[in-house]
Design a protein around this ligand. Sequence first.
Ligand SMILES: Nc1nc(=O)c2c([nH]1)NC[C@@H]1CN(c3ccc(C(=O)N[C@@H](CCC(=O)O)C(=O)O)cc3)C=[N+]21
Length: 294
Amino acid sequence: MTARIIDGKALAESIRNKVAAEAAELKRSHGIVPGLAAVLVGENPASQVYVRNKVKQTTEAGLASFEHVLPAETTQDDLLALVRQLNADPKVHGILVQLPLPPQIDPDLVIATIDPAKDVDGFHVENAGRLVVGQESLVPCTPQGSVLLAKTVHPDLTGLEAVVLGRSNIVGKPVAQLLIAESATVTVAHSRTRDLEAVCRRADILVVAVGRPEMVKGSWIKPGATVIDVGINRVPGENGKSRLVGDVDFKEAMEVAGAITPVPGGVGPMTIACLLANTLKAAMVANGLTPPSF
Ligand SMILES: Nc1nc(=O)c2c([nH]1)NC[C@@H]1CN(c3ccc(C(=O)N[C@@H](CCC(=O)O)C(=O)O)cc3)C=[N+]21
């Protein structure tokens, strides 16, 4: 059997098109242009690619994009001052401070300083808590994108066995919360889990977010399972070039899984699409309007 490849690029494009249509209508009816501010500290090359893609897609969807590129030596106080300035700026509806930050800056303090209503990453404790208790919130983009991709295969996740491999605050934990909200039976596994392979093999839906290139092998996957690969790892490729691989051994997984997301072209594009959707949502909520669902 060969797995079906889940097309993240196509789903991301359809979400971006919907954001663009809604943004055009918001501008026509209320004169509001949703604005996203992205703050990048230092020059991590992978971050720069992400920021460049994000700026392009933000403007293509008709949203306003405000870029703040700060030197690696930026002090914590200077970054906090910028965040407060963006909190107070009515043209800015969403604020994203790209992680990781340099060592002199405490990321928890930066996230806590972002106005929760503008926290389009969904990382603020207020949004994380609201997600857990099932209240309306800004939901983290990569987790949201991962679950939307799983739902292209299983529109109803009720009662399915979901295993999330990874327990980070930015992916593993929020993915688990979203899957619980979809009535899946959720196990969160991690590096300390006993017999990790056997736990993964129980999964109808396996979401992998560990940041280790090609760690999950074909033998870890239940035949026919849906595999969502959140990893984006740059590894040495042919003739001195680098290539991107996920946290799942794609070649092996293709022989066992029922459906799988590729890297690139899977979860990555969905992260950006969901970021644009969150920015639209933040702009509408800030103006007393009811946002669409995606
Ligand atoms: N506050 C914060 N929020 C984030 O969401 C965040 C962050 N910091 N720091 C960095 C990571 C990384 N990240 C990516 C998103 C999309 C792609 C993406 O679109 N990748 C494409 C293309 C990859 C390529 O060709 O280089 C793909 O997978 O197909 C990649 C990486 C968001 N992150």
